[in-house]
Design a protein around this ligand. Structure first.
Ligand code: NAD
Ligand code: TDX
Length: 362
């Protein structure tokens, strides 16, 4: 099944649209030139970067269909008037880094739980207006994560499996998506949920494994590998993640949840080995450091439900990794400006003691 020529939802509110996956979604939707308009609502936290939308803003036809508003999804006054104007809300906004959730969980509860609640309340008010014939009811798509299943030692998680989140981040994400589902059950809101796997590609904040290791390696800095480095993740290219979300937005059934797998399971050691080979850098940069507390050993999902909806990922893993390494080589201004200021304090807090107590990785 291909995407419908005439999109069902023409006016979108994309929250967190200045982040890694949200900005890819915005760029890709606008580049289709199918008449859809997007309002981005983004708090521009340390993770948000308006430059991520520069390719769309530089094109007059796309820029005319893009509006950017700096604001907080947990602020009802900012959210309500925007939700009143759109056909669908796609919520990417979140605190997204597991390590930061371990250092300081509060912001995760505020945005990933309370922020979702505020968005849902605004959608509920619009659904009430729809019931009076004043408009069509908006759809709400909650972007969730494979981490809500917890560590999956064997097999693949399916959508109706138990949720066993184990970090403050994944617990907050689970709460957010369960709240969204409860608004479908209780209030009849048109809600869909996606659970994406570990995503990689251009514009990925350098706090995360792949961009951290690429950018550190370019600078011949140490690569802090947690524990034994044999944890397993399933990697999904960012344009495939954004595309699958767009597909679920258009074709997903109300009240349903869809796994978005990458089907590229690798140990962290395998990832590092592939990155170093592509960068021509030595394994001696790798240091084994103290493990992440509560570190999930493995994630893996079955995404046949998404496949039945007619979606297939396009990017082969090797090509995606090559494109990613090239992007970080060619866009050093982008990540060097992020790896300054607040970043330096974060990096010290997260890694200084770990690297001091690290050992050689054999
Ligand atoms: P990101 O950290 O790169 O971007 C998050 C964006 O949300 C930023 O632009 C930030 O400024 C904005 N934001 C944060 N708090 C906000 C608030 N209160 N109000 C408005 N905007 C706010 O995250 P990402 O990696 O692009 O992830 C996007 C979504 O996808 C998240 O919901 C995340 O949980 C989910 N997800 C991510 C991955 C992954 O591997 N990156 C995998 C699965 C699911
Ligand atoms: O310095 C590091 N060293 C290391 O060994 C970092 C930052 C990570 N790791 C390990 C931890 C994980 O096993 O690499 C793996 C990937 O780590 P992250 O990039 O932090 O991602 P992860 O914790 O798996 O979560 C990601 O995927 C699911 C996203 O950050 C989440 O937002 C998403 O929901």
């Amino acid at each position: 099944m291909s995407d419908s020529i005439e999109p069902r939802f023409r006016r979108l509110l994309v929250t967190g649209g200045a982040g890694f996956i949200g900005s890819c979604f915005v760029r890709d939707v606008l580049a289709r030139r199918d008449g859809r308009s997007i309002t981005v609502l983004d708090k521009l936290t340390y993770a948000g970067n308006r430059v991520n939308l520069a390719p769309a803003e530089a094109d007059p036809e796309q820029a005319a269909r893009l509006r950017f508003i700096v604001g907080d999804i947990a602020d009802p006054a900012a959210v309500a008037p925007l939700v009143a104007e759109v056909d669908a809300v796609v919520n990417f906004a979140a605190e997204s880094h597991v390590d930061r959730s371990i250092l300081d969980p509060e912001a995760f509860l505020r945005t990933d739980v309370m922020g979702v609640h505020v968005l849902l309340e605004a959608c509920r008010a619009e659904r009430d207006r729809a019931a009076k014939g004043l408009r069509a009811a908006p759809r709400f798509l909650q972007v969730s994560t494979d981490e809500v299943y917890g560590s999956v030692e064997s097999g693949e998680s399916r959508e109706d499996d138990r949720l066993e989140p184990r970090s403050p981040y994944s617990a907050a994400k689970a709460a957010g998506e369960l709240l969204a589902r409860s608004y479908f059950v209780t209030y009849g809101l048109d809600v869909v949920v996606t659970r994406g796997s570990n995503t990689y590609g251009p514009y990925h904040h350098p706090e995360k494994l792949i961009p951290l290791f690429i950018t550190n390696a370019i600078d011949d800095q140490q690569l802090p590998l947690y524990g034994d480095g044999l944890q397993r993740r399933d990697w999904l290219y960012v344009a495939d993640h954004a595309g699958a979300i767009g597909h679920v937005l258009e074709h997903g059934a109300a009240g349903e949840t869809y796994n978005l797998a990458g089907n590229n399971e690798r140990t962290n050691r395998e990832i590092v080995t592939e990155l170093l080979a592509r960068l021509g850098k030595p394994w001696s940069l790798v240091r084994l450091v103290e493990d992440r507390p509560g570190h999930d050993r493995r994630y893996a999902m079955d995404s046949s439900k998404l496949a039945a909806l007619g979606w297939t990922n396009k990017m082969p893993f090797g090509d995606g990794l090559a494109a990613t390494v090239d992007w970080y080589r060619q866009n050093q201004d982008w990540w060097r400006s992020i790896k300054s200021g607040e970043w330096e304090a974060y990096y010290r807090r997260q890694y200084a003691a770990r690297l001091a107590g690290s050992r050689e990785a054999t």
